[in-house]
Structures are given as C-alpha cells and as structure tokens.
Design a binder for this molecule. Structure first.
Ligand SMILES: [Zn+2]
Length: 232
C-alpha cells in the first residue's frame, strides 16, 4: 500500500472533524498532499467515519487520477486540487458543513473580526466568496468552487487566512498538514460561533481596532512573530 503513514495521518485528520463535532454522518472531508511525490490522499466518498480505515482512503495525482484505492474519492476532491495547485505552501485541506460557519456562508456575510481570538488567526474578516454563476454550477462545479475560493483570496490579498466561506455552501480551511487543516476548520467554527454570540448580545458591535488586530495577528504570523516556543 502506498504512503501507509501518510494515509494514517490523513485518516486522523478526518476523525478530528468528528471529535470537534464539525460533521454529521458522512459530511465533510480532509485531504493531505505529499508535495515530494505529488500525491494527494483524501477521504473516500460516503464511508462512515467510524468504520474508516487507512486502506479506504484514496490516493490520487494532482489531476485527480486515482493512483491507488478501490473506493471513489470524496466528490469535493477537485476543489482540494485547485487549492493545492494555487497555493504550494499548503499541505492539507478540510471541508465541513459545521453549523455556525455554514450559517455565515449561507448568509453571504464575511465574519467581522470582533476580538483577539479571531485576530490571532485571521488578518481581517473571514472572507466569503462571490456566489457562483449558473454556468459555474452547471459544469465542473467542484473545480469552479475551487476557482471562486482562489479568486476571493486573490481579491483580499492572498493567503492571509486559514479558511474561507463559500457562499451558500460552507467553510473550506487549510494548513501545513491535513491535521493543521482540520484544526483550522475547528478554529473557524469557533470564531463563527462567538461572532454570532457577540452580535446577539450587541447587534451593533464594532470590529476590533486595527492596532489590536495587527498586534495579535502579527505576533503569531508576522515576520517578527514571537508567540509560542522558539523553533530552533
Ligand atoms: Zn460541502
């Protein structure tokens, strides 16, 4: 079997969606990419999480051709592949229909940054894509879902976020690995949830000020980041 260790990691990342209560039944999917071998490992379509084994995961190339696997890959594979091709720095992609993030996606609203929890992870609002056109939906829907994400990120200045809301659909998140992508999906859901609570307490809450936002984001992600432990 190809990439046994990597398959196990991607399986764990998929199970993390379940542990973090981001998915219902077989909803959601996580993939990871081995950049050296240019191979993607993704959840199979429609297999219950509780019975999923490493050998059920599907290995494909960057064009979506199955390299190893008896099951069909998640139908969202083409979206993941567009993101891997557009952003060489990412190593994992996670998609869920987690409740609060999906609610914001359905409302076509970016999530404003109301506090430092959000600012630690996103430099600005959590963006939302443009709605997809009838043509984009009719043909190559999953590929075009990837394209609307890439367009939205380019418009907001590139990969400064670990996730996005696809309008009328739900969140996609990413990270340096499959597990990091699953964590990004959990953080995005948490941010979406507390933003809802914030607005329910005070519907005219203003977004966090620029200096506090920059302070929190840049101490973790900027050129002079100092949050956490030194990596040497
Ligand atoms: Zn979906």
């Amino acid at each position: 079997m190809l990439l046994p260790q990597f398959r196990a990691e991607v399986l764990e990342a998929n199970l993390e969606l379940v542990r973090q209560k981001l998915v219902l039944y077989t909803f959601g999917n996580v993939s990871g990419i081995d950049r050296e071998q240019r191979l993607v490992v993704i959840k199979p379509s429609g297999v219950p999480y509780e019975s999923m084994k490493p050998e059920h995961l599907v290995v494909t190339d960057l064009d979506g051709k199955i390299v190893e696997g008896d099951l069909r890959p998640s139908s969202d594979l083409p979206t993941h592949l567009v993101l891997y091709r557009a952003f060489p720095e990412i190593g994992g992609v996670a998609h869920s229909h987690s409740e609060y993030a999906t609610a914001w996606a359905q409302a076509h609203r970016p999530i404003p940054c109301f506090g430092t929890t959000h600012a630690d992870h996103y430099h600005g609002s959590v963006p939302v894509t443009e709605p997809m056109s009838d043509e984009e939906i009719a043909e190559d829907y999953e590929v075009n879902t990837g394209h609307v994400i890439v367009r939205a990120l380019q418009k907001t200045g590139g990969l400064h976020t670990a996730g996005i809301l696809v309008a009328s659909h739900g969140p996609f998140a990413w990270g340096k690995s499959a597990m990091k992508a699953a964590e990004s999906a959990a953080v995005l859901e948490y941010i979406a949830r507390i933003a809802c609570f914030t607005l329910s307490i005070n519907g005219s809450t203003a977004a966090i000020g620029r200096s506090l936002h920059d302070k929190h984001f840049l101490r973790k992600h900027g050129a002079n980041a100092y949050y956490g432990q030194k990596k040497d």
